[in-house]
Ligand binder design. Sequence first.
Ligand SMILES: Cc1ncc(COP(=O)(O)O)c(C=O)c1O
Length: 416
Amino acid sequence: MPISATLAINQLTAAKVAAGRDVLPLGFGEAGLPVHPELVAALASAAPSGAYGPVAGLPALREAAAGYWRRRRLPTEVGQVVAGPGSKPLLYAVLRASPGAVALPRPSWVSYAAQARLLDRAVHHVPTPEGQGGVPDPDLLDAAASAARRDGHPIGSVVLTLPDNPTGTLAGAEVVRAVCEVARRHDLLVVSDEIYRDLVHDPATPFLSPSEVLPDRTVVTTGLSKSLALGGWRIGVARMPVGPLGERLAAEVASIASEVWSSPANPVQQAAAWAFTEPVVLTARIEASRLLHAAVAGAVADRFERAGAKVHRPTAAFYLYPDFTPYADLLADRWSVRAGADLAHVLLERFDVATLPGSAFGEPPERLTLRIATSMLYGEGDQRETALESVDPVRLPWIAARLDQLEAALGGLLDR
Ligand SMILES: Cc1ncc(COP(=O)(O)O)c(C=O)c1O
């Protein structure tokens, strides 16, 4: 099995930069922001804690995570919360603990399908409704679940990403409700990956978690990797369903955890416990990040739109998903591009622009889509603090220069 596409593009980009190339880093989905100093202090003061601690996480962290969800209309008992070293291994453990084939939106985050493959599970990629990434089209999910059952290999779970990576969009309440109805009818576990929930650009946007609709069959996962840029700290939490299914899943995930990672890093848990209480200094930081992500993702979307690619405006996180189908003939004639991976390759090798093709997200190879991550454009060191504080970050010289570099590259690619 190859290394995860997102981590691979990061390494390739780093190697090209080390070789002296000025690569525009639109491939890797890291939050691209410094750790808040008060979090650094919280971690430092917890550093003497060398004990493993309980498998499911420290009580203070589990209680704080329960409080985080309660403030989001999700009543949560501490026993429903399991912490892990990132939400990624928790997702893996949840899939491992729930039998059957896995239904995924198409496109969807790279690791769901890879994890299902590691578990020898069949994957059903179900296209999303237009402009509403992260959820399978309800009617198509219904058809896929019926067909899988007829074939004797029923689908056991469906994963949703709310809001979505790779498209930077959020599915509306109506479609979430319709997917939940299909999940109920076909007895599916719903896994709702809500790691970008606090990065919806307009916080007034209505957000419906499937766990509000199907509390007894929905697992919710989240973490601090994106909202507080703590990906390297490796901390995530899962909220198990209420009732017997949830109790069984919590026990199974804990037993997997006990044999694979024992417990999340103790000092990180202590700092995360504080973060999940949502102190004002950290909510202010998330607010500033959200504004920055919105401004830069919007400006990047403008460049793709102006170049003539099809793109849904990003409304969350720091991603967008342009489609170059309108240029299929030109790209084939001029660059021999016949697949999304060819397009990403030409952009990297000819124009020093790192992206990921839609095929890394479960799309058919011939689709000319790219996943663009905009969060590495904020600069280096102090520039990132300045970007966070700026009222008009796209006018900061180092960000404006990156936007110009993108515009020039797209111009060269499309011969304009
Ligand atoms: C949709 C989605 N889920 C989960 C993760 C992983 O998060 P964590 O750092 O909590 O393992 C990512 C990170 O890229 C992601 O994009």
